[in-house]
Design a binder for this molecule. Structure first.
Ligand code: AMP
Length: 480
């Protein structure tokens, strides 16, 4: 494998799509989307893909990578365009493999949009939903197939699709496919494909495993890299607060109120944690839904749609479930758990502050998180200041004597963890702790607030201001 940066790097000024050797049908579709100029990954990758080279692209979701591979592949497939009703005239020519159902669905929607003025057919297959309608669509013939690996193997075994005429393969978010454990499935799928083909691999990182994968399946690829979106996060206001586990929900509720956040994505590290936390926020009166791998596909798509329509205020998600989501205009991301993997931090905060808008990222860290916070600090190459979270309610959280009916956050959490539905019927005994979130009347997105509200307003009015301390001292670590 040769790692070579393509010599035709784009000029600094954003290049227009109409400078590309793309068919007017594709250019019209791009214009329909409202795009005029290319993103960096598009400007770099499209000419290389058009030239027929294999590509190893370091780009994550949000950079415009889907168009970067779809447009040139559609261009190359136009020679097969035909109006025949015969399935034999519409064999699979391009196969896009994606790690999650949501990403596959999103890629498929983009491909459909870009191919809308052509006769090329595309479809998507993923698990968790009825296989029969997918099988029928495959049997009718499609030129572009977008799939998650497991479900694709089911279709291959069911003889619903034949892949012996595949000319183009895209491994999208390859790092995540390996993380999920799809390597054996990928190897099997790739073994069914013709050796003579063009292969594109996109990954947020080029780990040794990704390089090995590329070495096995790509031929003399051109490496294309774009700066990690939001790696410097100039449009994202990042805060780290030191908050005990038991106080995190209260901290989130307070921030939602103070910053008048209409919506937020809340990241946790486990599927179980996501379900529990979503239930707990619901009990707090916040319209919340959870997005994690244990939900059925239908439930996940419904949850995502409800969130996108603004019907749900909080979406509690795990990294795998949220990877690849294109949720635009999201004002805030909470890292309820500090991610185990520092790169996930960059992915998470990349959900906000998109397209130059300002966004807010709030990470709630406990003493046990100092190593992971240090990893993030090294990755983003920025000093992280961990601030103590100042609750606007100064009363002690656990008064010495409470009646049996009193139910503080911690106890609610315990009930939630047991899945004890009775806790949902308990009257909130502490109106300050348990008061449901009341959305602000205006619903003004965070980025439209000209002067950001102070995160801890008390800091500006109280003489009792705690000095900022460094990560290590707050989290009990040794770094200064
Ligand atoms: P992707 O990284 O492919 O998931 O794309 C992220 C978002 O950027 C999607 O909402 C795309 O529709 C959008 N997008 C892709 N290309 C462009 C472009 N050239 N100009 C503006 N937006 C784009």
């Amino acid at each position: 494998m040769t790692d070579e940066v393509h010599p035709d790097l784009p000029a600094p000024a954003p290049a227009r799509f109409d400078t590309l050797a793309l068919d007017p049908k594709l250019l019209r579709a791009v214009a329909d989307q409202g795009y005029e100029t290319m993103t960096p990954i598009q400007a770099k990758a499209i000419p290389i893909v058009l030239a027929g080279r294999d590509v190893m692209g370091a780009a994550q979701t949000g950079t415009g990578k889907t168009a970067a591979f779809s447009l040139p592949l559609l261009q190359k497939m136009l020679r097969h365009e035909n109006a025949s009703m015969s399935p034999a005239r519409h064999p699979v020519r391009a196969l896009v493999l994606a790690p999650t159902r949501e990403l596959a669905d999103q890629v498929a929607a983009n491909v459909k949009a870009y191919a809308q003025h052509t006769l090329l057919r595309s479809t998507v297959v993923f698990g968790g939903i009825d296989i029969k309608p997918q099988a029928a669509e495959l049997k009718a013939g499609v030129e572009v197939l977008i799939a998650t690996p497991g479900r694709l193997l089911d279709h291959i075994e069911g003889r619903n699709c034949v892949l012996n005429q595949v000319e183009y393969v895209v491994l999208d978010e390859a790092d995540r496919m390996l993380d999920i454990g799809f390597l054996p499935d990928l190897q099997r799928i790739l073994s069914y494909l013709p050796q003579q083909r063009q292969t594109l691999l996109f990954s947020a990182t080029f780990s040794p495993e990704i390089r090995r994968l590329a070495q096995s399946y790509l031929q003399d690829p051109v490496t294309v890299e774009v700066a990690q979106r939001n790696a410097t996060a100039s449009t994202v206001e990042q805060h780290f607060f030191s908050v005990a586990d038991d106080d995190k929900r209260r901290a989130v509720r307070q921030m939602l109120r103070q910053r008048e956040l209409s919506q937020a994505l809340v990241f946790v590290n486990s599927k179980l944690g996501a379900a529990r936390l979503a239930r707990a926020f619901e009990r707090d009166g916040l319209k919340t839904t959870a997005l994690h791998g244990d939900k059925s596909q239908d439930e996940r798509l419904k949850a995502l749609d409800a969130f996108k329509r603004g019907e749900v205020q909080l979406l509690v998600a795990t990294d795998v479930a949220a990877r690849g989501l294109d949720i635009v205009d999201l004002p805030a991301v909470f890292n309820y758990d500090v991610p185990f993997n520092a790169e996930d931090y960059v992915h998470r905060i990349g959900r906000t502050g998109r397209a130059g808008q300002s966004g807010l990222s709030v990470t709630l860290a406990t003493r046990d998180d100092s190593r992971m916070v240090g990893d993030i600090e090294r990755l983003i190459k920025k000093k992280i200041e961990i601030e103590p979270f100042e609750f606007d309610d100064e009363r002690p959280r656990r008064p010495p004597r409470r009646s049996r009916d009193d139910d503080d956050d911690r106890r609610s959490d315990r009930f939630a963890q047991r899945g004890d539905e009775r806790s949902a019927q308990r009257a909130p005994a502490d109106p300050l702790f348990d008061r449901p979130y009341e959305p602000s009347g205006s619903g003004t997105p965070a980025w439209e607030v000209s002067q950001p509200a102070p995160l801890n307003p008390r800091r500006t009015v109280s003489a009792n201001i705690k000095p900022r301390r460094k990560v290590a001292s707050l989290l009990g670590g040794s770094r200064g």
